[in-house]
Design a protein around this ligand. Sequence first.
Ligand code: URA
Length: 218
Amino acid sequence: MQKYDFIKSTFDFSNAPSKRFVKIEKKEDLLKKLKDEISNIENCTLKNNSNNLVFADGDHDSSIMLIGEGPGQKEDEQGKPFVGDAGLLLKKMLTAINIQRNKVYVTNIVNYRPPENRKPNEVEINTYAPFIKKHISIINPKVIVLMGSVAMESLVGINKKISSERGNWKEIIVKGKTYPIMITFSPSYLLRLPENKKYSWEDLKKIRQKIKELKIKI
Ligand code: URA
């Protein structure tokens, strides 16, 4: 017979009489399962044309979750999001608001590099949408930052322009839970069009302010 250690237990009581114990899975295990699920995806052009699954990076217990668009060449080579020039810029952006990159959790909408760094198409965005939603639920952050139009389209909806959607706090509901989101430009876009960095700075200041308001320790 299985024994439960109530002091160090990973089991919680449930009020339901037929289910006295509900197993609470650890984040690490849930993330591993999700990663396996993504790696088992079939008939995906992105997966078939890339080298590595790019899952996530950073602190999975962080209250801040950053979601980019998809891996580029360096990310595909290293299997990590936001390395290379976009990663360097992201680090600078976070440093500007006193956040160390390893204190946040970073992932992307699609987990395999689109060929030639093209934008993922609607079918691809939809294919990965259940995974990013699951990812959000597992991390359960207090604040989500969506970086780039693909992130916005996947989680907020298509037919929107990032230039008009960015810079204001909005909310999304994922699996019944509401999360505050800030839509902002992606570091890759800012590398191509640095004149937009002034808007990005406005968004970053709002993120800093929200962290203060929500008393998030970072
Ligand atoms: N690198 C990533 O991992 N994601 C982006 O959106 C851009 C660069």
